[in-house]
Design a protein around this ligand. Structure first.
Ligand code: SF4
Length: 238
């Protein structure tokens, strides 16, 4: 795969930025605590599904103290539509207790402290640092992993390799929002099964070899239809 020239990377992110200058997470939250909880709940679940459960929950439970007072049984009931809800309820209660005991009930602006919380890994810590504290971190989820590899921007065998690759190549001025631009690009355009290459803003820069073609405009199909037509009309096509 041909390597990107710096001008191309600048162009790639400039186009995503022009389309959506101030991208936001699609998870609903009220403060850094509810953001942390929403991100923990979103593991292997859709943002939409998480929002459906958290909207009524966060209306009256928006601090670690209130979450501990609610208790694991009621929390489990409130999030039972989300995958892995039993384990997630346990983690949310445990992380809320840790926040109260070790951080005065606040979400720490510190990667190591975040990653020590139950149910919080590197990706969740990166999202919280980026969204709540405006740090230029890039949390690699399934969409960014796919886009990083498919486009050739930051190929890697695991999320950490893709994260490190993106850290290296994304120009500083785009780093704060790169995470959201790439997630949204992966969620709506560079989708898993059949990427929407004809609708893609960065198709001419992307290195993916098997780009999809617009329906009805596939040159190889058109060529064979034309050949057939010429043959049947007797004009031949040799
Ligand atoms: S051209 Fe296709 S494969 Fe490349 S980024 Fe766009 S949608 Fe993804």
């Amino acid at each position: 795969m041909a390597r990107f020239r710096p001008g191309e990377i600048e162009e790639f992110f400039s186009r995503l930025a022009a389309q959506d200058p101030d991208p936001r997470t699609e998870l609903q939250y009220k403060n850094s605590y509810t953001l942390l909880v929403a991100v923990v709940l979103s593991a292997q679940a859709t943002d939409k599904g998480v929002n459906k459960a958290t909207e009524p929950l966060f209306a009256h439970v928006d601090t670690p103290e209130k979450m501990v007072a609610l208790g694991e049984d009621k929390l489990r009931e409130a999030i039972k539509t989300i995958g892995l809800f039993r384990m997630k309820a346990k983690n949310v209660i445990a992380l809320s207790k840790t926040l109260i005991a070790e951080h005065g009930g606040e979400v720490p602006r510190d990667r190591e402290a975040l990653e020590r919380l139950p149910g919080v890994g590197r990706k969740t810590a990166n999202v919280v640092l980026n969204v709540a504290f405006k740090e230029p971190t890039i949390a690699v989820d399934t969409h960014i992993f796919r886009v990083g590899n498919r486009t050739g921007l930051a190929p890697g065998k695991n999320p950490r390799e893709v994260e490190d690759g993106l850290e290296k190549i994304v120009p500083d001025k785009f780093k704060l929002h790169a995470h959201h631009w790439l997630i949204l690009h992966g969620r709506y355009i560079c989708v898993a099964r059949k990427p929407r290459c004809p609708d893609c803003l960065v198709a001419d820069i992307c290195r993916f070899k098997d780009k999809t073609k617009p329906p009805g405009k596939r040159p190889e199909v058109e060529a064979s239809i034309l050949k057939k037509k010429l043959r049947t009309s007797g004009r031949g096509a040799r």
